[in-house]
Design a protein around this ligand. Structure first.
Ligand SMILES: [Zn+2]
Length: 288
C-alpha cells in the first residue's frame, strides 16, 4: 500500500478517535459526582462528555478503570483478560478477606487492575488500567499476576503495551508475597523489552510506592497525567528523613518531567491522541 495513503488513513482514524464520546446505548448512572476543585456537581454522562475534566474550573476527577478504558480504547475493541483472577490471603491478615469482599461489592471489580487487548486509534495494543477505588490500587498477588500475564500476552502477540498506573504501592496485607510482585512484574517488563516491543506507562494520580519502584518506571516512554502525584515515599516521610522542607510542586507530574523522570505531561483530553500517535510512530509508522 502507498505509505502516504496508509498514513492518511491512520491519521483519519486518530481524528475519529478524538471525537469519540460516551456511547449513547450505554446507560450512564445518574449519580452526581462533585468536582474536587470547585464543588460543582455533574452527573456521570456530563463528566464523560467533558472527558472527566471539570467544565467550570478544569480540575480532574478520579476515573474508574472502566471509564478510562472507554475513553482510551476504540469503541467495542476492548477484550478483557483474566477477569475473574483473584489473589489470596497469604499471611492471614486480620480483616483482609472482609475488606476485599467489601471492595468487590463497592466497585464491581475483582481486583485493582483491569487488563486486556484493544485498539487505540486503530493501533493494536495491550492495555492495563489500575483502579484506585480498589484498596488504593495496591499491588498484591492478583495485580502482579494480571500485569505479568498482560506483558506475557503482549510478548506472545508482539504487541505494544500501555499501562495506566495509579497505586498506593505494594499491598501490605499480602506481606512478602506483595513485594515479590515488584520483581515479577519487572521481569515481565524486561522480557517485553528484550523482544523489542514498546511499553508506554501513563502515570496517573497517585503513582507511588512499590508500583513506582517496579513496572511503572520501566517503560520506554513515560507519560504522566497533568497534576499526578508521582513518587516512592510520601513528601512528609522524605521531609522527616532528610530534615529539609521540600519545594512547591514536589513529586507532581511537571516536577518529575523537569527532573527527567517523566518524558511528557499530557492533558487528559489529549491522552488518546497522544497514545495513538506514539503507537503509530513506533508501529506501522517506523517503516518510513
Ligand atoms: Zn470544578
Amino acid at each position: 500500500m502507498n505509505p502516504f495513503r496508509e498514513r492518511k488513513n491512520i491519521l483519519d482514524a486518530i481524528g475519529r478517535v478524538t471525537r469519540l464520546t460516551f456511547s449513547s446505548d450505554e446507560k450512564a448512572s445518574e449519580v452526581m459526582k462533585t468536582c474536587p476543585g470547585c464543588g460543582q456537581k455533574y452527573d456521570s454522562n456530563e463528566w464523560a462528555h467533558a472527558d472527566y475534566v471539570c467544565p467550570s474550573c478544569g480540575a480532574y476527577i478520579s476515573m474508574t478503570a472502566a471509564e478510562r478504558i472507554k475513553k482510551i480504547a476504540d469503541e467495542g475493541t476492548f477484550r478483557e483478560f483474566n477477569r475473574g483472577r483473584t489473589g489470596y490471603d497469604p499471611i492471614d491478615f486480620p480483616g483482609y478477606e472482609e475488606k476485599i469482599q467489601k471492595m468487590r461489592k463497592d466497585t464491581g471489580l475483582k481486583e485493582a487492575v483491569v487488563t486486556g487487548s484493544c485498539q487505540i486509534g486503530g493501533e493494536k495494543a495491550v492495555l492495563c488500567v489500575m483502579d484506585k477505588r480498589f484498596m488504593m490500587a495496591s499491588m498484591g498477588t492478583a495485580v502482579g499476576e494480571k500485569v505479568f500475564l498482560a506483558f506475557e500476552y503482549a510478548v506472545k502477540k508482539k504487541l505494544p503495551i500501555v499501562i495506566f498506573t495509579a497505586s498506593g504501592g505494594a499491598r501490605m496485607q499480602e506481606g512478602i508475597m506483595a513485594l515479590m510482585q515488584m520483581a515479577r512484574t519487572s521481569a515481565a517488563a524486561a522480557r517485553h523489552d528484550e523482544a523489542g516491543l514498546l511499553y508506554i506507562a501513563v502515570m496517573t494520580d497517585p503513582t507511588t510506592g512499590g508500583v513506582t519502584a517496579s513496572f511503572a518506571s520501566l517503560a520506554d516512554i513515560t507519560l504522566a497525567e497533568k497534576g499526578a502525584l508521582i513518587g516512592f515515599a510520601g513528601q512528609r516521610v522524605i521531609e522527616q528523613t532528610i530534615g529539609e522542607e521540600l519545594p512547591e510542586g514536589f513529586q507532581r507530574a511537571d516536577f518529575q518531567r523537569e527532573k527527567g523522570f517523566v518524558d511528557m505531561v499530557v492533558e487528559r483530553q489529549d491522552m488518546k491522541t497522544v497514545l495513538a500517535r506514539l503507537l503509530y510512530m513506533h508501529g506501522r509508522g517506523r517503516s518510513y
